[in-house]
Write a protein that binds this ligand. Structure first.
Ligand code: DLZ
Length: 155
């Protein structure tokens, strides 16, 4: 178990076995987003969520995470949503539009639905930077997203 997860596991003040989570995963940069998903899924389970209460939904790219998150968060029985994506800078300004779009979009979904929608999107300059944050030397941001979701439910 990774350090950060170990430090919080088993300490939740709420009964997580009754909470329902949706993890929305972007398919672009699939190797990275799969690693983020593993981190988020295992993180939730380690923290006390029931496997049957963790639903996975895929969307084509990071830009689609906003609508995927909105659809998920609007479901009455869903308590928290985690979105996972990876945008790697290319030669065109596309990177900026996608990153800005999803950051504003997810902020709005939080406010509109009044549910925790956790932003697990890597926005990196290189593939190496993404790998380092998806189970590499800088940890797994999916796992951190799981901890953040639980902390917001506790709040
Ligand atoms: C088009 C595009 C590009 C260039 N790069 C990425 C990326 O690095 N990461 C990602 O998740 N998605 C990318 N996309 C796809 C967009 O997110 C989106 O799916 C399309 O623009 C269609 O709306």
């Amino acid at each position: 178990m990774a350090g950060i997860l170990k430090s919080v596991s088993g300490k939740s003040k709420i009964n997580l076995s009754k909470k329902k989570f949706v993890i929305v995963v972007a398919e672009w940069n699939e190797v990275i987003t799969e690693a983020l998903y593993e981190g988020a899924y295992q993180g939730l389970v380690t923290l006390g969520a029931k496997k049957a209460n963790i639903i996975r939904k895929n969307v084509p790219g990071t830009f689609e995470l906003t609508l995927g998150a909105l659809w998920a968060a609007e479901k009455k029985d869903v308590d928290a949503v985690i979105v996972l994506g990876c945008v790697i800078q290319g030669d065109t300004p596309h990177f900026d539009y996608i990153c800005q779009g999803v950051a504003y979009g997810i902020t709005e979904v939080n406010i509109k639905t009044r549910k925790p929608v956790i932003f697990g999107v890597l926005t990196t300059l290189t593939k190496k930077q993404a790998e380092e944050r998806a189970g590499g030397k800088l940890g797994n941001k999916g796992e951190e997203a799981a901890i953040t979701a639980v902390r917001m439910l506790e709040f």
